[in-house]
Write a protein that binds this ligand. Sequence first.
Ligand code: ADP
Length: 406
Amino acid sequence: MKILVINAGSSSLKYQLIDMNGEVVIAKGICERVGSEDSSFEGKVNGVKYEKKVPMKNHTEAFLVVEKELTQGEHKVINSLSEISAIGHRVVQGGSLFKESTLVTDEVIAGIESLCDLAPLHNPAHIQGINACREVFGKDVPEVVVFDNAFHSTMPPEAYMYGVPYEYYQKYKIRRYGFHGTSHRYVSGECAKIMGKDIKDLKIITCHLGNGSSITAVEGGKVVDTSMGLTPLDGFIMGTRSGNLDPSVVTYLQEKEGWTPEQTSEILNKKSGVYGISGGLSDDRDILKAASEGNERAELAKEMLWYEIRKYIGSYIAVMHGVDAIVFTGGIGENSQPLRQNICENFAYIGVTFNPEENKKAIRGQGGEISGPDSKIKVYVIPTNEELMIARDTKEIAEKILGSDK
Ligand code: ADP
């Protein structure tokens, strides 16, 4: 069974074609700047990247480009779209409506639409992607939506409620939803497999650290708390996002600087975090380099990030009354050796031991166990694979309609 995984943004369309027989990626690519004059396509087949300028006025045209790339020319991998059994779409915000992956119907699209206020940058783009996909593939090919926050839907109210008047929860559904759920679900599942244990018997803290970062407490396979909130702005300091702060900081600065809600959102999402503290560096590699060269603000940004990660891990140990494993994933989690060393060494007092050799080896997609053999708490680097998780969910749901021999 071949599954096409789609991640549609407002001006982009990312895809992966995965053969579920062996779970191998046959082709992947991205259409960028869709809707603008200089739209372009970048593909990767058999480990070889190629790119071209292609006009794409909208998402439907982008899908037609993807069809052409998959079925024609030197990078062809299938004969026709009919070889694709089902399509899985990533959707950022499922609110309280969607607690698991689901088959796309008109009702489901209306549900995703009703959540646009909660994810104005993402959900409208996903709907565009789903509709364009239906135009190109037809309605008979099963489409499945996999929600970024469905995995977090098991959080108890004491973890997801904010301390504002209850009526705003009732009126606007203001609460913590969390994000990166597909990644946290994937790596916690892999962690249990590596440990050879049933996830029901484990307490795991998963740290997804990238440009956007979140940490999640997974107890018995269920999320009990996560750092991102109503939006991905909550939590700890990120590449350009502030993470949590005293809400008075916002009202104070709005008064002093005369920020509108849009400007406030722009500054907190795009100009804050590591970027704002360091004075222009958001990439973790640049921060590490500048800090090692004596740049004090880069050093401060680095220390703030590491400190907050330790704080979250510590608080989630308290939430779960213990922890069996800590997992690092995401661009920073999978690559930043000094960060991982710092976190491990800081938890030595609860029995974490550190294996510097394994830590060195775990880089660029190579996972590993970075705690020592005598460590009371296992620490792993597990490269995330959200697309595979989406493809697995899509397969499971599609098979109920198509049968398992497709
Ligand atoms: P996104 O949240 O956009 O998906 P990624 O998960 O791809 O982001 O992570 C991007 C981050 O990973 C960047 O800050 C980048 O600097 C960091 N990163 C990549 N390689 C390394 C490395 N070798 N050392 C430290 N950080 C790295």
